[in-house]
Design a protein around this ligand. Structure first.
Ligand code: NAD
Ligand code: TYD
Length: 341
């Protein structure tokens, strides 16, 4: 099976490519990534130097560029598309929603149109629990039938894309599948998101900014468990279906940050309460029983094990973190690959 994976130089896409090539000897992957601030080609260097790297190719392109998408599909003739490419950070979307509309909405419609016109029969679109909005403390977890009530420009753009995917199935019979997952953590996550940011700050004994009262709840899933879910949806997902994935790990932000500090042997007084995020969702929780019943999905990591592995990875990959944060990787990596236009 030849896969076109988009956004494969970002956090989850990188993990997905390593997971798929490492566990499926018959899979080949073409990674299409625009290389925004969140995309790092260096993530793929260990892969390219390994045996699995022979089944991997990279194209730098924008999923909102129809000519580029058609050309890449014509050249590589993928059997399936897995779309991770997105602007993904809520705080950035509050600052400037425009790139979120361009990539997350127009990009998805463009990529899906190119895939449909080329007759590609598998299309998995990666979405998020944030499209459902927020939950009261004692409300039941989100099911796939929960109304879409996005509260941030990020989640509004993701919900819009989900509606386009739905419309392509209903209108054209295009057999796309949507996956909606809770908050991921693990290796290669850009240190603007809660867990890697707090690890990085704690290491330097800098204040850890907690938005509001820190009692917002997220359901944390180790990234490999999400990748396993996407693989299941790719191989066995019902056309037109939506699948929730969760990690069985609902935690308040404050508890997550305290667990990080404790594991790192750092004092709780590094915690610094700051102004709350506007429109901040109070709680997410996922009911993934449909994915369990239809795909056999179940997360394998508990939070303690996942956090320990994440901390170990960030400790071992200080150079990666420094280069990503300084932005220096952009300049040196362009010399390593030709740009595709
Ligand atoms: P990320 O920000 O780490 O990576 C996004 C990648 O997409 C980067 O490599 C970037 O260069 C690329 N990209 C951005 N715009 C592009 C464009 N126009 N064309 C081609 N490539 C482009 O994001 P992530 O955390 O890996 O998230 C991946 C997907 O999973 C997103 O769709 C996100 O909405 C979804 N998701 C993320 C989480 C989470 O906790 N991180 C949870 C649920 C769902
Ligand atoms: P984040 O990692 O940005 O993911 P999302 O907003 O998509 O859930 O944030 C996770 C939670 O942590 C969210 O409730 C916001 C909070 N948060 C902080 O309190 N401080 C921070 O510096 C960041 C980045 C997030």
């Amino acid at each position: 099976m030849r896969l076109l994976v988009t956004g494969g130089c970002g956090f989850i896409g990188t993990n997905f490519i390593y997971h798929m090539l490492g566990t499926n000897p018959d899979v080949e992957i073409v990674n299409v990534d625009k290389l925004t601030y969140a995309g790092n080609k260096a993530n793929m260097i260990p892969l390219e130097q390994s045996e699995e790297g022979k089944r991997y190719a990279f194209c730098r392109a924008d999923i909102a560029d129809m000519d580029a998408m058609r050309a890449i599909i014509a050249e590589h003739k993928p059997d399936a598309v897995v779309n991770f490419a997105a602007e993904s950070h809520v705080d950035r979307s509050i600052h400037d929603p425009s790139p979120f509309v361009t990539t997350n909405v127009l990009g998805v419609q463009t990529l899906m149109t190119a895939a449909m016109d080329a007759g590609i029969e598998r299309f998995v679109h990666i979405s998020t629990d944030e499209v459902y909005g927020t939950l009261a403390p004692d409300a039941p977890a989100f099911t796939e039938g929960h109304p879409l009530e996005p509260n941030s420009p990020y989640s509004a753009s993701k919900a819009s894309a989900d509606l386009f995917v739905r419309s392509f199935w209903k209108t054209y019979g295009y057999p796309a599948v949507i996956t909606r997952c809770s908050n991921n953590y693990g290796p290669w996550q850009f240190p603007e998101k809660l867990i890697p940011l707090m690890i990085t700050l704690a290491e330097q004994d800098k204040p850890l900014p907690i938005y509001g009262d820190g009692m917002q709840v997220r359901d944390w899933i180790y990234v490999t468990d999400h990748c396993r879910g996407v693989e299941m949806a790719l191989k066995a997902g019902r056309p037109g279906a939506v699948y929730n994935f969760g990690g069985n790990a609902e935690k308040a932000n404050l508890d997550v940050v305290r667990a990080i500090l404790s594991a790192m042997g750092k004092p709780d007084d590094l915690i610094s309460y700051v102004k709350d995020r506007p429109g901040h969702d109070r709680r997410y929780a996922m009911d993934y029983s449909l994915a369990k019943d239809e795909l056999g999905f179940e997360p394998l990591y508990d939070f303690e094990r996942g956090l320990a592995e994440t901390l170990a990875w960030y400790t071992d990959h200080r150079a990666w973190r420094d280069s990503v944060q300084s932005g220096e990787y952009r300049s040196f990596m362009d010399d390593w690959y030709g740009e595709r236009r």
